[in-house]
Design a protein around this ligand. Structure first.
Ligand code: G3P
Length: 218
């Protein structure tokens, strides 16, 4: 399973890249706004940190505007994946850009029907938002299960399921059990994955017993 980091905070990305945990990065207009930086500048920097796909989202809502912005964003670096919303204009843009060899991440997906349309439009990635479905009392992971099942029925579909809006480790584990290709994780969720109280307690006990030997390895 590929881990993407869901942030435009380059310090967070660098720290996680040092752990070997960054297979790509996803951003969105809200994350760019939070970074306080110009989109071209921050995406360019992120693209130097990881060779993996870096999603940069258009903000136009019409086809012509999305195409113009998408071409601008893809020219920032060869590993930019252009992100488009799951709308008619977004699907049309996805078809056009993907047919030119550009990676496209279709985002704001909340139904299996939408995910099927994105695959037919040639999306590289589909981003179903599990956390936002959970937030309104729907079952976000059921959407992932449905999309993975549907995609697996058709070998011709090469679109990768990129689980997004991840709130906690259970989302990740369940997505991995279902065979989702990618999860995009906020940095704090990645940090949650590492921690277990029994690991901490076990290490403490090992070191206490080791101290009693009076030895040092070096
Ligand atoms: O970036 C796409 C998605 O991961 C956003 O998630 O946390 O804003 O619901 P969130």
């Amino acid at each position: 399973m590929k881990f993407f980091v869901d942030t435009a905070d380059v310090a967070e990305i660098r720290a996680l890249a040092d752990l070997g945990l960054v297979d790509g990065v996803t951003t969105n207009p809200s994350l760019i706004a939070k970074s306080g930086r110009k989109i071209a500048e921050v995406i360019a920097e992120i693209c130097t940190i990881t060779p993996g796909p870096v999603s940069a989202e258009v903000t136009a809502t019409d086809f012509e505007g999305m195409m113009a912005e998408g071409k601008y964003l893809r020219d920032i670096a060869s590993n930019v994946a252009v992100k488009v919303p799951l709308t008619e204009a977004g699907l049309k843009t996805c078809r056009a850009l993907s047919s030119e060899g550009t990676q496209v991440n279709v985002t704001l997906c909340f139904s299996a029907a939408q995910a099927l349309l994105a695959a037919k439009a040639g999306a590289t990635f589909i981003s179903p938002f599990v956390g936002r479905l959970d937030d309104i009392g729907h079952d976000g992971m059921q959407l992932i299960s449905d999309v993975v099942t549907i995609y697996n029925n058709y070998p011709a579909i090469t679109t990768e399921v990129l689980v997004a809006s991840v709130r906690h480790p259970i989302h990740l584990i369940e997505a991995a059990k279902m065979g989702a290709h990618v999860a995009t994780l906020p940095a704090n969720v990645i940090k949650m994955l590492v921690k277990h109280p029994l690991t901490d307690r076990g290490l403490e006990a090992f070191l206490a017993d080791w101290a009693k030997t009076g030895q040092s390895i070096l």
